[in-house]
Design a protein around this ligand. Structure first.
Ligand code: SAM
Length: 249
C-alpha cells in the first residue's frame, strides 16, 4: 500500500489531483476555534475536494457543531449522510460557564449528484454486546397462570456500531497538537473506504488517517501545509509499519 504526502496548501494542491480519483475523503480540517497559528477555516476546500471524489465515494469531516454551522454555506454540492460523536476521556476547557466539552463530531457527506444507495458503505460491528438477563412476565393468576416471572439470559454478540464512539484522546502522548486517535479514525475509514481503495486527507497533520489506511490495506494521499508536520507524519507512518517505510513520496 502506498502513502503519498504532499507538502503545500490544500487549495492549490487539490487542483492538481485528477477528477473522481479517490474513494474517501477523511479529514480533520482547521476548525477556526483555537489560537493555534494554522487554525483558520480554509475557505473553499469542500468544493475543491468534491471534484476529486468518486461519485460512489463519501467524505467524513471532523468538527464542532459551531464549526459546521459557521461553514454551512461551504458544503453546497454535498448531501449530509449521518453524524458520529467522538466521546473523549477528557475535555477541552474553552469556556468555564458552559458544559465541559468532552466530544467532537464527525459528519459524513456524499456528492449531491450521487444516490445514497450507490455510495460505498460497509456497516461496522462491535463484539461488545453483553449477555443480559431479560425478565419475561407471566400472565396474571386470574387468567389461569400461577407462577413467578421468568428470567432468561440473552447472549451478547456482534452488534452494529453505535454513533457515539468512545476513544481516549491523545492528550499527553500526541506529537501534533490536534492529533486524532486511531480508534476514532479506523471505524470511519473501514465503513467508507473499500479494501484497496484510496483515502485522501487534505489536512493531514501528523498522518493519523494514513496510518489507519496502511493498517487496513488502503492507499492514502495526505496534503499538509506545514513541512514539519509532514515530516512527523512520514515518521509516524514508517514507524507504524517499518516494512513499508518510504514506499512512496
Ligand atoms: C486539525 S489538524 C489535523 C490533525 C490530524 N488529524 C492528525 O491526527 O494529526 C489540521 C492540519 O491542517 C493543516 N493546515 C492548515 N491549513 C492548511 C492548508 N491551507 N492546506 C493544508 N494543510 C493545512 C495544519 O497545519 C494542521 O496540521
Amino acid at each position: 500500500m502506498t502513502v503519498q504526502i504532499i507538502v503545500g496548501d490544500a487549495r492549490e494542491q487539490l487542483t492538481k489531483l485528477p477528477d473522481s480519483s479517490v474513494d474517501l475523503v477523511l479529514t480533520d480540517p482547521p476548525y477556526g476555534e483555537t489560537s493555534l497559528a494554522w487554525d483558520r477555516w480554509v475557505v473553499g476546500w469542500p468544493s475543491l475536494v468534491r471534484r476529486v471524489l468518486k461519485p460512489t465515494g463519501s467524505m467524513w469531516v471532523f468538527g464542532s457543531a459551531r464549526m459546521f454551522l459557521a461553514a454551512a454555506a461551504e458544503f453546497g454540492g454535498w448531501r449530509f449522510a449521518q453524524d458520529v460523536v467522538w466521546e473523549k476521556h477528557n475535555g477541552s476547557g474553552f469556556h468555564a460557564d458552559r458544559f465541559k466539552r468532552v466530544h467532537e463530531n464527525a459528519y459524513q457527506f456524499y456528492r449531491d449528484d450521487a444516490a445514497w444507495a450507490d455510495v460505498y458503505k460497509d456497516p461496522q460491528y462491535t463484539p461488545d454486546a453483553v449477555a443480559r438477563a431479560v425478565r419475561r412476565k407471566r400472565r396474571p393468576v386470574h387468567m389461569g397462570h400461577a407462577g413467578q416471572s421468568v428470567y432468561r439470559s440473552e447472549d451478547g454478540g456482534p452488534r452494529l456500531m453505535r454513533s457515539v464512539i468512545w476513544a481516549r484522546s491523545e492528550h499527553g502522548r500526541a506529537e501534533h497538537p490536534t492529533q486524532k486517535p486511531l480508534a476514532i479514525i479506523e471505524p470511519l475509514l473501514l465503513y467508507a473506504c473499500p479494501p484497496g481503495g484510496v483515502v485522501l486527507d487534505p489536512f493531514g497533520g501528523s498522518g493519523t488517517t494514513a496510518i489507519a489506511a496502511q493498517r487496513h490495506s488502503r492507499d492514502a494521499i495526505l496534503i499538509e501545509l506545514n513541512s514539519e508536520y509532514a515530516a512527523m507524519a512520514r515518521r509516524r507512518i514508517d514507524g507504524d509499519a517499518p516494512l513499508f517505510a518510504g514506499a512512496a513520496e
